[in-house]
Design a binder for this molecule. Sequence first.
Ligand code: GLA
Length: 391
Amino acid sequence: MTETTANASILATFQARFGRPARLFRAPARINIIGEHCDYNDGLVMPANLALYTWLAIAPRDDRTVRVMAADFQQTVEIRLDDICKNADGNWQEYPKGVLQVLQAEGFELKGADILTLGEIPLGGGLSSSASLETVVAFAMLSCAGYDIDRRRLALMCKKAENEFVGVACGIMDQYAISICERDQAMMLDCRSLEYLPTPLPLNARFLIINSGVQHRLHEGGLNRRREECERAVSLLSHKDPEIKALRDVCMNTLKDNRTVLGDILYRRCRHVVTEIQRVRDAHQAMANNNADKLGQLMSQSHRSLKDDFEVSCSELNSLVDIAQNCDGVYGARMVGAGFGGCTLSLVESDKLETAAAEICRQYGKILGQDPWYHVVETSGPVQEVAVGSL
Ligand code: GLA
């Protein structure tokens, strides 16, 4: 959908459904170039925002109800600001509910509103459709209540909603990128200090996203189990060295010395995180030097580590990555996001983009039984209000 069609369609639907004009907001999806499962280990990550959006139209109401209609689900939820109840089902409604609960708990005085959302981001695709929804709801509600928004606090509140209300033990990467990362760049984010370095994207190369067609459902616990394993490892290692507060503080030598203490599974989980944090540093260097070859190699190494050590890939993602890695013009490929399904990210020579995309989709289409969804990355700025006059 082009930007103008999405704008026009959501505002026209809002007018028809609620009988009054609305303000318009949007939050992007995010890709993570490298640094998977590092954020909740206080490590480094390399996200960028993707110009696929969760659109949101909003107009105030006179009462204390927030009615959210999700056009893509054809479902509406009515949330009473003074009585927000949780369901443990992890459905889309939990994200706006969680955000409204946390904003109010942090002292923001919100007003009732009618909201219409329209999502372009594939669900369960590892592109952060949930953080995009959380962030756009929070940003729009705070804007309508007249607050100046501190974007770092916005990200932290949205993460809190996902951790404490929805029950997914995610880190800060998605909400932080969507709240802050600018267009035409990635950010190397230090998830401990929350400091970041804007990082240039490679010239003459493009990122290609292909959906494996397997949807992940994070509230079912895959991410939470990995996080628990990392925490268990930290607890064992900190008995040996109290300076170890997170896997960020562990080096390969310490890990090797403690291989027996950790046992095989925890050792491999830790090895993924420790080597992946180093790959983020190396990727930052490669991107600063416009070295697409090196970046591609690091992405492919990251996939191997996620598959063999962290064990969050699946056979469909592995086939798609294999096909991409063997395709002419592809520098490297990996799964993206939490895993257990979702999309892959490939770095491709610009001149060979179309032929490579067609060839990967042709080969994977035979496995999937249909043409996969694919998308060439255009980056985006962070969550924002969209001027309606720009239609
Ligand atoms: C999900 C979480 C993030 C991060 C990634 C894995 O997207 O929301 O915080 O942990 O998985 O890198």
